[in-house]
Design a protein around this ligand. Structure first.
Ligand SMILES: C[S@@+](CC[C@H](N)C(=O)[O-])C[C@H]1O[C@@H](n2cnc3c(N)ncnc32)[C@H](O)[C@@H]1O
Length: 258
């Protein structure tokens, strides 16, 4: 069954579908170009309200093609929910004519460190982490930092971090306790500081290039649900993502950035 999603999901996915073809063009000369989806979902999404079926991130990556025809050479989709992993496997089987995809059922914090060990360290590898909560653990990010990765991360502030009283889980997410005084603060710059703590720590792991502003995905009442953080080890990644962020969202509106 497709996953029921809010209409705002289309804005998140548009960033991915605008970025990937340009990334593929920029990495054309590499022997391999790898895509990893850490929270793949079942493949198809059904938009609440309209009932429209839209491709989720794994299918967007599978179909992504640069204007010169370059595509990903291998794609890996990690999904913890068994039924969703099976459904993704079936959908991918119909579309993946060149057998480039592998669905990996299981937890991202177990499977991603295992997977990355088997991949070449120097191949451009795009990692999309799109959790609903604060599942990706810092130790997982530390592990993949040794590879030529760039990351697009859903930072689920409104959906998880702001509400999460479970400090053990937040510690594992940030890899530090430094978030706590920021979280407790009531000052106006609170969200920005919580976001910057995470981004600064990613930069310390070697992903030096990021965009200054982070697109905010808002719900139907304008509430901030999550931010999309981008980090790369190379300058062109940053340039391409800045260009993508200036493009209109799925409704043709200019993006709200933070
Ligand atoms: C927001 S959805 C992903 C949507 C997908 N990116 C798309 O565009 O269609 C998050 C998915 O992550 C899965 N998930 C949650 N925790 C996980 C974990 N620890 N490891 C792997 N997958 C997980 C959920 O079952 C869910 O399918």
């Amino acid at each position: 069954m497709p996953r029921d999603v809010g209409s705002w999901t289309k804005n998140k996915l548009k960033i991915l579908s605008d970025y990937l073809p340009v990334y593929l063009k920029a990495t054309t000369r590499a022997m391999e170009r790898i895509y990893i989806d850490g929270f793949a979902g079942p493949g198809l999404n059904r938009v609440r309200g309209t009932g429209k079926i839209v491709d989720g991130s794994p299918l967007i990556a599978l179909d992504a093609k640069a204007e010169n025809g370059t595509t990903f050479t291998r794609l890996f989709f990690i999904e913890r929910d068994e039924a969703s992993a099976l459904e993704l496997e079936n959908t991918v089987a119909q579309r993946d004519t060149q057998r480039r995809c592998t669905v990996i059922p299981g937890d991202v914090n177990v499977e991603l460190p295992r997977l990355i060990e088997r991949l070449p360290k120097r191949s451009p590898t795009f990692v999309f982490l799109d959790p609903e909560g604060i599942d990706p653990q810092w130790t997982t990010l530390q592990k993949i930092a040794g590879w030529k990765t760039e990351l697009l991360i859903n930072f689920p502030f409104g959906m998880a971090i702001n509400r999460n009283p479970d400090s053990g889980k937040v510690n594992a997410y940030y890899g530090t306790r430094e978030w706590r005084p920021l979280w407790e603060s009531t000052s106006p710059g609170r969200i920005r500081r919580l976001l910057d703590l995470y981004k600064n720590r990613l930069q310390e792991l070697g992903w030096r290039y990021t965009t200054d502003a982070d697109p905010v995905v808002t719900g139907t009442r304008g509430q901030r649900l999550y931010y999309l953080i981008f980090v790369s080890k190379v300058e062109p990644g940053q340039r391409i993502m800045k260009w993508v962020q200036e493009r209109p969202d799925s409704a043709g509106q200019l993006r709200f950035k933070f």
